[in-house]
Design a binder for this molecule. Structure first.
Ligand code: SF4
Length: 278
């Protein structure tokens, strides 16, 4: 089986690329993935999420070997990982009222509450399972680029479930898991690879003063898989036509590392359009 890095070495789609284009901002997609502009800063959500996932990856691997780590172990591990993350991402932009120390303390509490709620009956089937599958529409047409990704955690507890870990500033509203594109992409891949329909579970640790863990289970139909492939087809036609638009009414601008390029986008574009017409 190839690694995620090997799968990523050829042109592909990922859940995060599709989601960025369709649901976040197509102009941010352009700056990140086509123009490949350097990021003006590292959003806190990226650095914190990366440290959190690295810590939980160790939890999953330990569980796979038959043990559940103690809360004190994972607290210490998060503190170490967060220290390294601060070194790697020197340009982190902290949210108002946050700093490196408050994030360290909160992260330690969050990983501890995560391990304390693990069901000892649940068996870990796989950790970091990389995949590359063709994107096929309802008429059987295969797109040029495959869908590539990695399943963080697959568990079995009277049935297989794909699990994904999230952090959130607030409790998830009802229906959020059902609308997310991530289960659609991952369950599509799992069904192609394993030939079975399984559910998807978000394990969300809410960053309250005392963190809490929520489980949100969702499923997908073949019709939803076909809808995702149509989204990709439209995205590809828009990319080919260079149709990238700012999405200034969403939540994502405050944490966007391309705000300066975005502010100049219409002026650059007007200049380019005039010179191309001349
Ligand atoms: S600042 Fe907002 S509109 Fe502009 S590229 Fe970033 S996310 Fe898109």
């Amino acid at each position: 089986m190839s690694t995620l890095a090997e799968y990523r070495s050829r042109e592909h789609w990922s859940y995060s690329a599709i989601n960025q284009f369709v649901n976040i901002c197509s102009l941010q997609f352009f700056f990140d993935r086509i123009a490949k502009l350097p990021k003006a800063f590292t959003p806190l959500s990226l650095s914190f999420g990366s440290a959190y996932h690295r810590a939980l990856e160790w939890v999953h691997l330990t569980r796979k070997e038959g043990a559940i780590p103690k809360a004190v172990e994972i607290r210490d591990l998060f503190a170490d990982i967060w220290g390294r993350q601060l070194e790697e991402d020197r340009d982190i932009r902290f949210d108002e009222g946050e700093d490196a120390e408050s994030c360290r303390a909160r992260g330690m509490d969050m990983v501890a509450v995560y391990v304390e709620q693990i069901d000892p009956e649940e068996r870990v089937v796989s950790v970091n399972e990389a995949f590359a599958v063709p994107l096929v529409d309802s008429a059987g047409n295969v797109l040029d680029k495959p869908l590539v990704g990695e399943l963080d955690l697959v568990v079995d507890n009277n049935g297989v479930t794909i699990s994904d870990m999230k952090t959130s500033a607030r409790r998830w509203p009802k229906g959020q898991a059902d609308k997310s594109l991530q289960p659609t992409a991952y369950l599509y891949a799992y069904e192609l690879l394993h030939g079975v329909e399984v559910p998807f579970r978000f394990e969300v640790v809410v960053k309250n003063k005392t963190p809490v863990v929520e489980h949100h289970v969702t499923e997908r139909t073949t019709d939803q898989f076909h809808r995702m492939v149509e989204l990709v087809k439209v995205a590809e036609s828009m990319i080919a036509a260079e149709h990238f638009l700012p999405s200034e009414q969403g939540f994502y601008c405050a944490g966007c590392p391309h705000q300066t390029a975005c502010g100049a986008w219409h002026r650059e574009r007007a200049t380019t359009s005039v010179s191309m017409a001349a």
